[in-house]
Design a binder for this molecule. Structure first.
Ligand code: THU
Length: 146
């Protein structure tokens, strides 16, 4: 037994665990306007998991999505590399991340695996590359040509 515990989990969380964690965050959604509750579990490259839920506002355009809430928490903890995001919602069908979330996640994780599950048990799995092809990405600001 090492004197100092290894901060890196030995096993990456599996999808069922991530769905359960996202569902807990979903329960904390603040969505009095749309009534849609969304949870996200964002998995860092080292296996740490950051959760988020949607947070609406009376000034509706200020609503924050669950995925971006999770990302902000991770970045505030100094984490910038991710392997997957699991999204849950109160919809029967899997909710796919909105365009703004795709773009914001792309900043940090071009190869992110995206899993979404609805209340009806359906599951959709894809990648950010599929969901946001030909993205505007960090390198583009350096004047790179395609
Ligand atoms: N929402 C998310 O949390 N993530 C998405 O990717 C799409 C939409 C939230 C925002 C709003 O509170 C509610 O779902 C309805 O749009």
């Amino acid at each position: 037994m090492p004197a100092t515990p290894d901060p890196t989990p030995s096993a990456l969380p599996d999808d069922e665990d991530l769905i359960a964690v996202a569902r807990v965050a979903q329960e904390n959604a603040y969505s009095p306007y749309s009534k849609v509750c969304v949870g996200a579990a964002l998995v860092a490259a080292d296996g740490r998991v950051f959760t988020g839920c949607n947070v609406e506002n009376a000034s509706l355009g200020l609503t924050q999505c669950a995925e971006r809430a999770a990302l902000s928490r991770a970045v505030a903890e100094g984490v910038r590399r991710f392997s997957a995001v699991v999204i849950t919602s109160s919809f029967d069908d899997p909710l796919m991340p909105c365009g703004a979330c795709r773009q914001v996640l792309r900043e940090f994780a071009a190869d992110l695996r995206v899993v979404s599950v609805g209340m009806g048990g359906g599951r959709r799995e894809s990648s950010l590359r599929e969901l946001l092809p030909e993205a505007f990405e960090p390198g583009d600001l350096r004047g790179g040509s395609r």
